[in-house]
Design a protein around this ligand. Structure first.
Ligand code: SAM
Length: 365
């Protein structure tokens, strides 16, 4: 934790409301317009909740998929504290969004500099206007932050405000040895890791998961289900499957840490659960897909045997069961006992230390 930045003072001097745009969406898709209902707007902006600030990459007529947001204040605070900032640091932020977290960093740095990269030009322009109005002058770049920003390197700290599946090696190259990379990290299967890497002198970076966060994906790393609402949008013919039965209760597999660990073995597999209503209340179906193969398991309360439908060459449900059993055999470690090492040849995940490599399933892509 940083002793040299007084985050209470920084947050007090940098109000969120100066950065949140006039139109936002709550997590239940409710649209709130400051010009129509200023009180409701002020209320949600003051609350400790994330607010969606752009949907469908700014295209009209989409299905309201969140593509930019004002992050949850307590999470922003947690991440800034984990970043361990000194006032003279050079900092690269990826995912400017509203510009609020950029402004917090800029306020905290008295002798250093913050550079922030945003992929969406309209989001970046709005952030720039808010920052200028508040007389905050970080360097703003429009571009793909997965490439970092070489011109300002080396950095002491790199913080990302969107989730990655693979930590770009450019980030490791652009942070000085001993520097920190803090990024939301997930697999297509499960997106909840806050990863804190320390860059070593040998050109690698390694570190553990330090928290539970759920950020939107980096634009080019979005999984299939991310931008689609229905199973039929992802699986061409969900009725053409093989049917079999399992005695594995699907519920414990979906517990947070189990789900995270299954994802380490099957990072290419996505899942989505649909809950029953009316006569089917209490039931759910979870769909697993890899783009070619799929499995759907039906949970019914009090049942001992559950139906599984599958299609494609992979036996996905059996692979998921095996990944779950492998996690149990390791003593059911939580997410925070896992970590990632990044080298120029790619990344690997581990349990209890970089030597405890958690291998992907042989069939995973
Ligand atoms: C969760 S929002 C950032 C929230 C910001 N911390 C705030 O509180 O306003 C994530 C942002 O990352 C941006 N983004 C997604 N992929 C990106 C990429 N490859 N490079 C740079 N920015 C990206 C999105 O456009 C979005 O604005």
């Amino acid at each position: 934790m940083s002793a040299s930045v007084d985050w209470d003072a920084v947050f007090a001097a940098t109000p969120r409301r100066s950065y949140v745009p006039a139109v936002v969406w709550r997590s239940d898709d409710a649209r709130i317009d400051r010009d129509v209902d200023p009180e409701a707007w002020a209320e949600v902006v003051a609350a400790d909740i994330p607010l969606v600030t752009q949907v469908d990459d700014g295209m009209p007529g989409g299905s309201l998929i969140p593509t930019s947001s004002a992050s949850q204040p307590s999470l922003v605070r947690l991440m800034l504290e984990q970043l361990d900032v000194d006032p003279d640091h050079e900092i690269l932020e990826i995912g400017t969004g509203t510009g609020w977290s950029t402004a917090l960093l800029a306020t905290a740095l008295t002798a250093g500099r913050v550079t922030s990269v945003e992929v969406d030009p309209l989001v970046a322009i709005q952030a720039q206007e808010s920052l200028r109005a508040a007389d905050s002058r970080p360097t703003l770049i429009v571009g793909d932050g997965l490439r970092g920003y070489q011109e300002g390197a080396p950095y002491d700290r790199l913080i990302a405000a969107m989730a990655v599946r693979n930590v770009p090696y450019a980030w490791v190259e652009q942070v000085r040895p001993g520097g920190v990379i803090l990024t939301p990290w997930g697999t297509a299967f499960h997106n909840s890791g806050l990863l804190r890497l320390v860059v070593a002198g040998d050109g690698t970076a390694s570190g553990r998961f330090v928290g539970n966060v759920n950020f939107m994906w980096a634009r080019s790393q979005r999984p299939r289900f991310e931008a689609r609402r229905f199973v039929g949008d992802v699986i061409a013919d969900p009725n053409a499957g093989r049917i079999r039965h399992t005695t594995t209760d699907p519920r414990p597999l979906q517990e947070e840490h189990a789900d995270f660990a299954i994802g380490l073995r099957l990072p290419d597999v996505e899942q989505r659960t649909f809950f029953g209503s009316g006569a089917r209340a209490g039931e759910f179906t979870t769909w697993y897909v890899d783009g070619e193969s799929w499995a759907a398991v039906d949970y019914v309360p009090d049942a001992r045997v559950f139906e599984v439908n599958e299609g494609g060459p992979r036996d996905l449900w059996r692979e998921i069961e095996a990944a779950y059993q492998a996690w149990r055999a390791r003593g059911e470690p939580p997410r925070e006992q896992h970590g990632v090492t990044v080298t120029g040849d790619g990344q690997w995940t581990w349990h209890a230390g970089p030597r405890g490599r958690v291998d992907r399933a042989a069939s995973a892509r």
